[in-house]
Every structure is written in C-alpha cells, then in structure tokens.
Design a protein around this ligand. Sequence first.
Ligand code: AMP
Ligand code: GLY
Length: 422
Amino acid sequence: MKLLLVGSGGREHALAWALAQSPLKPKIYAAPGNAGIARHAECVPIAATDFNALKDFAVAQKIDFAVIAADAQLVGGLWDVLEGAGIKALGPSKAAAVLEGSKGFVKDLCAAKGIPTAAYQRFRDAASAKRFADSIGLPVVIKADGLAAGKGVIIAGSKAESDKAIDFMFEGGFGDSGNEVVIEEFMDGEEASFFALSDGENVIALAGAQDHKRVGEGDTGPNTGGMGAYSPAPVLPPSLEQVAMDQFIKPTVAAFAEQGRPYMGVLYLGLMITKTGPKLVEYNCRFGDPEAQVLMPRLKSDLLSALIAARNGTLNKVALEWSADPALTVVMASGGYPGPYEKGHEIFGLEEAARIPGVTIFHAGTENRDGKILAVGGRVLNVTATGATIAQAQQRAYEAVDKISWKGSFFRKDIGWRALKR
Ligand code: AMP
Ligand code: GLY
C-alpha cells in the first residue's frame, strides 16, 4: 500500500511515525517532509500548497491513500482535488472543512443544534459590529470569520481595543478572512481539546489533550503555534469526554450529514470548561499541532486502518485502544520565535536524548544537510515522553530536552503545570 502524507511539521512527523507502524506495511511518501519524517518516509520536494503537483505525483505513483494534515490544505480543497483524480484521501472535503473555515457557520450550527457556546453575532460592517460589541460588556472577543494563521482572534479589554480590532479586520488586516467578523461573549475557564474521527455517519472518540499556546512560562506572552501539550487532559475526565461526544461531536456530525456535506475526517473540538459546564470555543478540521504528538504515542491500535475507515464509511467496524499512560511533549524553538529567528544552526544531542526510556523526538522545522540536522524553523523539535504519570512523562521529556541544544534554542520549562497543579 502506498501512502502520501502532505505536510512538514511536528504533527506530520507524529502521524508518519504512527502510520509507519501499521500492519498494512505502507510505503510512505511525504511532501515535503522534514529530517525526522525522512526516517519513516521518502520525502519528495513538493510544497504542501502545490495542489496540482501533489495530484500529479499521487496519480503517477498510484497512491492508495493520502493523509492531508493541515487546515490550509483541507479548507483550500486538496481533498476534492485528489479525490477528483481518483486518489482516496482523509478529508474533510472543502464543503465540510467549513467546520474550521468559517467561525460564523459553526456558531450558527451551534445555535441551531443547541450546542453550548458563547453568545455571538455575525457582522459584515464595522458600525453594527461595534454597537454589538459595546452591548455585551468587556472583555469582548472579536474573530475574523476565516482562517488567519491562528491570529484571527482578538480579546479586547477596552472599547478602544475592540474598535481598533474591528476596524483592522474590516480594513483587510486578515485579508478576505475578515470580510465577516464574529463578535462573541468572553468565556472564563480552562481550555481543553477533544479529538474524534468521523466517516460522515459513524463517529468514534479519539482522546483529549491540552496545549500551551503562549510563548512564556505560566501561559504568558505572545501566542505561538503551541509550545507543548499533554494527553489525557485531567480537566477533561472520561465523564466530560462523554459529554464532548454526546453534546458536541455527534450533533455536529449529524448536522453536516443533514446538510448533504458529510463530515469525513478528524474533528478537533476546542472547549472552555466553564463554571456552568463545557462550551465550544472553536472547531478545527484536523489533528492539533502539538496535540498529535501526544495522541499518537498513546494510540495502541492501527492509525492507518482507522483513517481509511473514516474515508470509506466503515468506522462502525473500528475500535481504538489507547494507553492509559499519559504523554507530554515539550517544543524546542529557535531563539526569537514567534518573532523573527535565525535558521541553519546545527542541532546537537538528538541521539543521546532519544535513548531515554519513553522518549520519542518528533521533528518540525529540521533539515538534514550532509548528515547534519539543522534547525530551519521557529518550532523545531517536539521532545515527547510517555510515563506512568504526567509527572513522570514530564520528568523524562525534560531530561531529554536537557541533552539537546543548538545556538539560540529555547523551550518552556513548565509544560504540564496545569495538570500537575490539580
Ligand atoms: P480560536 O482561534 O477560536 O481557537 O481562538 C483562539 C483562542 O482565543 C482560543 O484558544 C481561546 O484561548 C481564545 N478564545 C476564543 N474565543 C473565546 C471566548 N469566547 N472566550 C474566551 N476566550 C476565547
Ligand atoms: N495546537 C493548536 C492547533 O493545532 O490549532
């Protein structure tokens, strides 16, 4: 069986690592991949954004199944391009990727199906948006409707900030993604993520996780793509996972089926655990990054068969087993990230770190140049460990982190603190 994995981040390395262990013994191609993915796959120099080249490659290589990992490709319709050429792929389709591609669409779906979420309204002009923002009190949450590379949400603490954010979006600060703006009430609580897999009709639970989005210790400073994560999330015990399935995921999948756009693929449910119960923050149409890096080490069953079943409508025949042992990942980043950073420094200590029991290192921004592994991205490595407890996983991950370095590298020293505080 031949697979094509599209992408080059730490999430994609975790997926490649899990897919490579499949009893279906796949030959994996990764486009474009990275130095870590290259251990499990043949990397081909095709950009994840070049849909036509990906399609041509898949057709020429007679790829049996493609795994599309990132929102930009799914919302952009790569599934439709590949399937249109006869290549089976993990969705969702472009029509169903609206789950992540339009915040307004999802809010309306929540309203129609009684899915708990913050009060909101959708706007197409600044004056009425500002009037509504003024009416719901501070802080107020202002969101560009479409994808904005994780930057399209502004939590405004004053009227001046709120007006500025609304003007910025309607003036094209996030391009077409801000043609429509969603204004919503601020929810207070702790965030957690829950993942599920759907074939359009049947849906199975994957697992829960929590990530650390801010660059600084104590969850302070600018937002990043994620500086670390762990699974399971103690804030989401099995009883709340059941609530996530029954009150959020299942009605969502049913609504997509009713609308004739069956949702086939991963659902990433972002929840706020508030005093009055869990409420939806957002949906994504893919695995999280770095959440995939802590989900994959806990998955005892075959990932590939489950993803193929999601494409083929046979998830009712799949049961996944998860390890009870938690996993925790620490992101090592280049100095300056999430701002400008230097590229091309050699990374030392990878092999020694990987020998620590329970440790797996997933690569994000790395490149192999003449046998040297170089840091070429902002987020560079995901140093991941499993353990009998979150504390043990954390201790092992940091033991490994301490063995790794390159010029300017840094990491957060408190990944998992919310879980350990409980
Ligand atoms: P999103 O892109 O929708 O996930 O939003 C990015 C981040 O903004 C979330 O992870 C939350 O931390 C925060 N956020 C979004 N909406 C709300 C809300 N209504 N109340 C509080 N925080 C929010
Ligand atoms: N870790 C957040 C995301 O993948 O969107």
